[in-house]
Design a protein. Structure first.
Length: 431
């Protein structure tokens, strides 16, 4: 490689030595953890984009693009490399934001060249080699960083990528996780009263997240998930917001609590250094993807509002059947009308507010109640008990004639005897 670089340009010897440029690492997403070893392919030459220097592009035997870390070292063509330490945040940044993950100029070869130059430039900076350094241990000479011709405009792009990487040198690998967010844990009744619904549910994450798979545990029959347009789904994209809805007819108790699970595969890119058995030869950085299946759960609850209406005899406190009752809201609108059955009447899920209970028809044998009972529904979920009483219709008394009660039976008996005697005498004359 050194002889090839001597043919490229006639600059000073120190600068010529700095042209020994090799390779590039691809940000190739592997489905498993980084392998213990990799097999190198054969180096190929790049165009002369900067300072009249061509560099070596290096790939693995399977075609994976890699970036080299030591510009002056010979390439370990067709050799097996062993995994070493994980790269720092700056190298990882360059690999994630360079070729082939980012479109820098629109030309693959040029983007690959820029990314490799940025990587060597970054390593020089963190190792104390300034842009004007003539040290033979530096990866790049001033010809590449400052003075050399740049007909394709690659230097400022490589420098920008390098400087951004310096800001991320100490970045830690983000946690393989996501955060589950909700607008609250309480369910509310829909406007038409047919179902309860949660607020919006979504996730946030600093890493890549696959489609979300959702499920409910301990929820009533018919519980489902819908997107913001009301479409039922069991999977959502990481950017979706969704709700859980529960049919009102499936809720049998005054309170309800259940949980949902949101699962996804989360992943992030990192990179390791791979080294040949000969320490004098080139080392490379290879990116791979770490992934993990993560499931988050959260709970939802429902506290139903309600009122218990009891229609009772004012004397015995027994429930009365046959009373026609209505409940009106604060605007005078009838919200419920029914006939009492001898059991308390329950009304659930009334919106919070003030209501009035009235009787419009009394049970048989009872006086109509003119009382209007006002009560309030609040958000505390407690069942309010409202009792309306009825009094019996009074019995009509027998008029007082002023005659002793004991005379009437005697007079009646005398009249009967007299009548029998008259009939007997009439029958005897005819005979």
């Amino acid at each position: 490689m050194k002889k090839r670089l001597l043919r490229i340009t006639k600059v000073l010897f120190v600068m010529v030595m700095s042209f020994v440029l090799v390779g590039m690492n691809t940000v190739t997403a592997l489905t498993t953890n980084a392998p213990d070893t990799v097999k190198m392919g054969v180096e190929t030459l790049s165009p002369k984009y900067l300072g009249g220097a061509e560099i070596g592009f290096v790939t693995l035997a399977d075609g994976t693009v890699v970036f080299c870390l030591k510009a002056l070292a010979p390439t370990p063509n067709n050799e097996t490399l062993t995994r070493g330490e994980e790269v720092d945040g700056g190298v990882r940044y360059i690999l994630q934001h360079g070729y082939p993950n980012a479109n820098i100029t629109g030309e693959a070869s040029k983007d690959r060249y820029i990314t490799q130059i940025a990587l060597w430039w970054y390593l020089d900076r963190i190792n104390g080699y300034g842009d004007d350094s003539l040290s033979p241990d530096a990866n790049l000479s001033p010809n590449m960083k400052i003075t050399g011709e740049d007909p394709y405009g690659v230097r400022p792009k490589a420098k920008s990528l390098m400087e951004q990487a310096l800001q991320h040198r100490n970045d830690k690998l983000p946690a393989l996780d996501f955060q589950l967010k909700t607008e609250g844990s309480a369910l509310t009744l829909s406007a038409d009263g047919t179902y309860y619904q949660s607020g919006l549910i979504w996730i946030t994450s600093n890493v890549k997240v696959s489609n979300l798979v959702v499920s409910a545990s301990g929820a009533p029959e018919g519980t489902k998930f819908v997107d913001q347009n009301g479409n039922e789904k069991t999977t959502f994209s990481p950017n979706d917001k969704f709700r859980v809805i529960v049919p009102a007819s499936s809720v049998k108790d005054m309170t309800l609590e259940f949980s949902i699970g949101v699962g996804a595969k989360v992943s992030t890119d990192t990179a390791y250094v791979y080294k040949p058995s000969d320490s004098k030869k080139q080392t490379v950085a290879i990116t791979y993807t770490k992934s993990e299946n993560v499931t988050k759960t959260t709970s939802f609850n429902l506290i139903r509002t309600g009122v218990k209406i009891s229609k009772q005899d004012i004397t015995t406190n027994q429930e009365l059947a046959g009373a026609k009752l209505v409940i009106k809201d604060q605007n005078g609108n009838v919200v419920e009308e029914w006939v009492s059955t001898g059991e308390p009447h329950y009304i659930y899920d009334l919106p919070t507010g003030t209501y009035t209970l009235e009787e419009i028809e009394a049970p048989d044998g009872y006086q109509l109640s003119t009382e209007k009972i006002e009560f309030e529904i609040t958000k505390d979920g407690l069942v309010k008990e409202v009792v309306m009483y009825n009094s019996r219709v009074p019995e009509v008394p027998v008029p007082d004639t002023g005659v002793n009660d004991g005379v009437l039976p005697i007079a009646g008996a005398s009249m009967m005897i007299l009548g029998i005697g008259l009939v007997y005498r009439h029958a005897k004359k005819r005979a």
